[in-house]
Design a protein around this ligand. Structure first.
Ligand code: ZN
Length: 292
């Protein structure tokens, strides 16, 4: 499941490719023909993400609202020349095309047109998104502080915190040595603040690199001068490649606990554990993250 950093990066790439232009909108697969007809011929105002939701605003028409779900992909390809449009491969639900780019959406859980009111409703259901500028974490803390649910469960609830997924959940809880099964109402304010600050630090790195980075040494490298942290997403053919993991591997993929079940904890040496929490595999160290 793409986490929030992926959607924000995708929104930035779509915005760069299409904002201010009037793309042709079509549905090669045929399942979005009505929606495509509504958006076609209208200029794109902007593309933006909120949590794991993606929106593209078309002036005078509506918004395109997308949720990629587990396997959805929105691939942006630059055109070598305006008339060299690649054929739609596979089940392309929606295609945006202007003189410079073609963007194909496949496999998304949700693809619909939305009014401004619909967008407000979606935004209203989401908890604070660490990647939205100036966002206030207070509503997330209010939910967590009175909840009997575990912190691992709460962190995956998009109405509590928007955009946080399985990797950030496991890694952030480890970074702060928080027992993932501690109920929200037993989490101290200082612990929540530390988790929130961590998300404010780590998620923008994910947007810039197209990759989740959580290891302290790698975070330091990225924030130093070792890695290009340009906020501009890689167009020029690299978005699709990056989506497949070909590009953007500027940093070695390694984590403290994520997908390291059975391996020794890098801090204490005991085995990393895993269990399904909120529908996804949680990873944690039973010794470092013991309830105190
Ligand atoms: Zn440990």
């Amino acid at each position: 499941m793409p986490e929030g950093h992926h959607l924000h990066r995708l929104a930035a790439a779509l915005d760069e490719a299409f904002a201010g232009t009037t793309p042709e909108v079509s549905s090669p697969q045929g399942r979005f023909t009505g929606g495509a007809a509504l958006l076609d011929g209208h200029p794109v105002v902007e593309a933006f993400a909120a949590g794991k939701h993606l929106f593209v605003e078309f002036a005078g028409a509506a918004y395109l609202h997308v949720h990629l779900g587990l396997i959805g992909q929105f691939d942006i390809t630059p055109l070598v020349a305006p008339d060299t449009v690649p054929p739609a491969v596979g089940a392309v639900r929606v295609r945006l095309r202007n003189e410079g780019y073609v963007a194909d959406l496949r496999g998304a859980t949700l693809c619909e047109t939305a009014t401004a009111g619909d967008v407000e409703q979606v935004l209203g259901r989401l908890g604070p998104d660490p990647l939205r500028p100036g966002v206030d974490p207070a509503p997330a803390w209010a939910r967590i502080a009175k909840s009997p649910r575990t912190i691992a469960d709460l962190l995956m609830d998009q109405s509590v915190l928007a955009g946080v997924g399985n990797v950030y959940r496991s890694e952030t809880l480890f970074r702060h040595r928080v027992d993932p099964f501690r109920p929200g109402r037993e989490i101290r304010r200082a612990t929540f603040d530390a988790i929130w600050r961590d998300l404010l630090l780590l998620m923008p790195i994910g947007v810039r690199l197209g990759q989740i980075v959580t290891m302290a040494d790698q975070v330091e490298d990225v924030l130093g001068e070792g890695v290009d942290t340009s906020l501009v997403p890689p167009l020029g053919g690299t978005v699709s490649a990056w989506r497949r993991g070909v590009v953007g591997g500027a940093v070695e993929r390694r984590y403290y606990v994520y997908k390291r079940q059975g391996e020794p904890c890098l801090v204490c040496g005991s085995r990393i554990r895993t269990a399904v929490v909120a529908g996804r595999n949680l990873f944690w160290c039973g010794r470092c993250q013991r309830r105190r």
